[in-house]
Write a protein that binds this ligand. Structure first.
Ligand code: C2E
Ligand code: CA
Ligand code: CA
Length: 729
């Protein structure tokens, strides 16, 4: 369930985006080319249509010119009048067919009789029996009217011609009607008496060929309807301007032609481009998948423990967040286990790291085998594991589950180097039993784990509300203490006098107090351990030291005693700090005593010893506090060159009870005398205690009997009343 997968979605998106971009680019190019090609073609077509129209006009004037070359001629007038058929054949009739390819020729006399007919070069029988086609008849009448009454005529009387396209028997033809008139003034031809010459040129293959050759139209022909799509056509119009037929040819489309010619080359390029693109995309796809995979692997590594192959703390906390959120929304109940292997360190130290690694792996595997798919097992560090259990609704079930787990983990493990048997302690908590979020849940589980270990390991403990309550309070104090240290003003110092046998003040012990804005004055026992855990003790201790030095510098009190936490003492710069404060207040070392609790001796490292040596060299005395409560062995007194020991107040309290305390106290006093060490008795509350101690030879007294911790003003008043001892050399 925790192996990395390589989702291809990103690669797919990238490739899709590139493909889309290419598609858009290709479509744009195609669209632009298409538009350009069409524009070029439209231009070309417009030009061809203009040329065709011009050719048709030329065809019309050609027919007219051919006609008028012979009809405007004195000789023609005379020969027609005389009916000289041979001459007419040779100049106006069959000759026109032979010379120009005209299809039909007619000559009409002033009385509208047809006096000459030639069809396809063959002379026919004239007369009313071969009447003109009706369209031609109309033109002849128009021309006759024009010659009689030039002003009212639509015909071109100036040139005396009427040329137009008409339908003859359903087929288009060009018909021209002109009068036969003299070309010199020598011959008189009265208006309206002219013979008319009719020339007909069918719009046939020949005419089409002529039109085509003029402008190189492809496959030009005439048709009674406009051409289909790939053809262009120009209408032939009748007198009324109505199209009666069309000249049709195959359009020349240079744009399309170029495209067709270039198509193979373009295709080749396109194929090459497509191949290149697909190669690029493939490379990109592979590269991005690889990138993805390594990203996934990196993410997996960031979220998993490489040794145990299970989630690490980061992922664990993430999943815990999710599970808690889900529970808040009404999802299944969540429980959390913090698990610590017992005696793991011993295996690691004695059998080597490889055995340790193997052990971690096996334990992780056992844990995983014990949880469900929806649960999470994580390695939180070292030999610590965390488990998130989903759907754990009661402490009873949780207890049974934990007990099974303890049992499972206590079973022997087969390692390469032999069999070992370790075990595990478990702290468990159900989210429903704790207020606050993930942090307090983790802390509760930790508390329970701590409790389980304290109770003897190889067991589990379920966090109770009281336990978690305590933790919450600690948490609040920590928060407030941080603020107090940061803002200043809340932490101050009281001084408790220490007396000699004559009840003169020999010293004062600085005791820290915290004026909590809501909870009032608080003693050190409520906040010192938190200050030590969080490191705040450094700044608090510095403040106390400074205040104490000020007191010593400004009062006649021979010496001030300052309690020092082991945490401070361990700090490499501690001695420097103390010496700096002393010199800032011009205080000699003899005026300062540092009180160490017995705890320091347990973890006195090289820096602690170096600090002590430097301070002692500067004349500072060292007192051993709460003497005889812990493991204050004589060795420590000697090794750390203690100047003073302070008998713990529990001994003073039990003086005279006959439980052997008196003997112990006497022995301590004897020891002090023998080693040249001063001894102060703490917690002297009753005169009887002072007397007993005096009788045993004690010379230092501290306690409520003689003076409670007090502020500097009251201390000054008290020392004025009682007097102070001479400063010891
Ligand atoms: P301690 O060094 O043993 O200080 C003496 C404690 O006994 C003081 O408690 C004092 O008020 C109390 N005491 C004095 N005479 C009597 C008496 O006749 N009867 C009874 N019952 N108690 C008496 P306090 O001030 O609450 O301090 C508790 C402990 O806190 C101190 O024990 C000391 O270990 C630590 N502490 C106090 N101030 C500081 C400080 O500035 N720095 C550090 N590191 N620890 C401090
Ligand atoms: Ca003390
Ligand atoms: Ca003490």
């Amino acid at each position: 369930m925790d192996k990395p997968r390589a989702p291809a979605s990103f690669s797919a998106q990238l490739v899709a985006a590139i493909l889309l971009a290419c598609l858009v680019a290709t479509l744009s190019v195609l669209f632009l080319s298409y538009t350009a090609v069409n524009a070029v073609d439209a231009d070309a077509e417009a030009r061809q249509i203009r040329f065709a129209q011009r050719a048709i006009v030329r065809e019309t004037s050609r027919l007219l010119e051919q006609q008028q070359a012979s009809t405007v001629w004195d000789e023609a007038v005379l020969h027609v009048r005389n009916g000289n058929r041979d001459w007419i054949d040779a100049n106006l009739g069959t000759w026109m067919h032979e010379q120009y390819g005209q299809d039909e020729t007619y000559i009409v006399d002033p009385d509208s009789r047809i006096v000459y007919v030639a069809r396809e070069g063959v002379t026919g029988q004239p007369g009313p029996r071969s009447p003109l086609p009706p369209a031609v008849e109309t033109m002849v009448e128009e021309m006759r009217a024009a010659t009689r009454n030039p002003a009212e005529s639509t015909a071109d009387v100036a040139e005396r011609s009427l040329t137009r396209f008409v339908l003859l028997g359903g087929k288009p033809a060009l018909v021209s009607v002109v009068p036969i008139v003299p070309d010199t003034p020598a011959l008189v031809q009265p208006a309206g008496t002219e013979y008319l010459h009719v020339a007909i040129q069918k719009a046939d293959v020949d005419m089409a060929a002529r039109l085509s050759s003029a402008y190189e139209f492809d496959r030009g022909s005439f048709s009674v309807q406009p051409g289909p799509d790939d053809r262009l056509s120009v209408p032939l119009r009748d007198a009324a301007g109505q199209p009666i037929a069309w000249f049709v040819w195959r359009a020349d489309r240079p744009g399309h032609r170029i495209v067709e010619e270039m198509l193979p080359v373009v295709g080749l390029f396109a194929a090459f481009g497509a191949a290149l693109l697909s190669w690029l995309l493939r490379t990109l796809w592979i590269a991005s998948r690889r990138l993805h995979q390594s990203e996934e692997e990196a993410r997996y590594l960031a979220m998993h423990d490489p040794l145990a192959g299970i989630p690490n703390r980061t992922l664990f906390e993430d999943r815990l967040d999710q599970a808690l959120k889900a529970e808040k929304r009404g999802g299944p109940a969540v429980a959390l286990l913090c698990l610590d292997l017992d005696r793991f360190k011993a295996v690691n130290d004695t059998m080597g790291h490889q055995a340790g690694d193997e052990l971690i792996r096996q334990m992780a595997a056992r844990l995983r085998s014990h949880v469900r798919e929806t649960d999470t097992v994580a390695r939180l560090g070292g030999d610590e594991f965390g488990v998130i259990l989903i759907g754990m609704t009661s402490d009873e079930t949780l207890g049974r589950y934990c007990s099974g787990l303890v049992h499972l983990l206590a079973a022997p493990c087969d390692l390469k180097c032999g069999q070992v048997q370790i075990g595990a302690s478990i702290g468990a908590v159900r989210a429903a039993a704790v207020e606050g979020g993930k942090e307090s849940l983790l802390r509760s589980a930790d508390t329970a784990l701590y409790r389980a270990k304290a109770e003897g390991r190889g067991r589990y403990c379920i966090a109770t509300p009281e336990m978690t309550d305590m933790f919450r309070r600690r948490h609040e104090i920590e928060r407030d203490l941080r603020r107090a240290v940061a803002e200043g003003g809340q932490i101050h110092v009281l001084y408790q006098p220490i007396f000699d046998a004559e009840e003169r003040i020999v010293a004062a012990e600085a005791l820290v107090r915290w004026n909590h804005p809501a909870l009032g004055q608080m003693g050190p026992e409520t906040f010192l351990s938190i200050a030590e855990e969080t490191g705040l003790i450094e700044r608090i201790g510095h403040h106390v030291l400074e205040q104490a030095c000020i007191l010593a510098a400004t009062s006649g009190i021979p010496r001030v005693s300052v309690n020092v936490s082991p945490v401070q003492l361990r700090h490499e710069t501690f001695a420097d700090e103390v010496l700096a404060v002393m010199s800032a207040h011009a205080l000699s070392g003899e005026r300062l005593v540092l009180e160490l609790t017995e705890r320091f001796t347990l973890d006195a490292g090289p820096s602690t010893l170096a600090n002590l040596a430097r301070l002692r060299a500067a004349g500072v005395s060292i007192a051993l506090d709460d003497f005889a409560t812990g493991q204050s062995l004589l060795r420590y007194v000697r090794d750390y060159q203690i100047d003073t020991i302070k008998i713990d107040r529990s001994y003073v309290a039990r003086l005279g009870t006959g439980d052997g305390t008196d003997q112990i106290v006497r022995a301590i006093l004897d020891l002090g005398r023998a080693m040249g060490i001063e001894v102060t008795a703490e917690g002297v509350e009753r005169a009887s205690q002072r007397e007993a101690l005096l009788g045993m030879g004690c010379h230092g007294f501290q306690g409520y009997l003689l003076g409670r911790p007090m502020d500097p003003l009251r201390l000054a008043a008290l020392s004025a009343r009682k007097g102070v001892a001479q400063k010891s050399a």
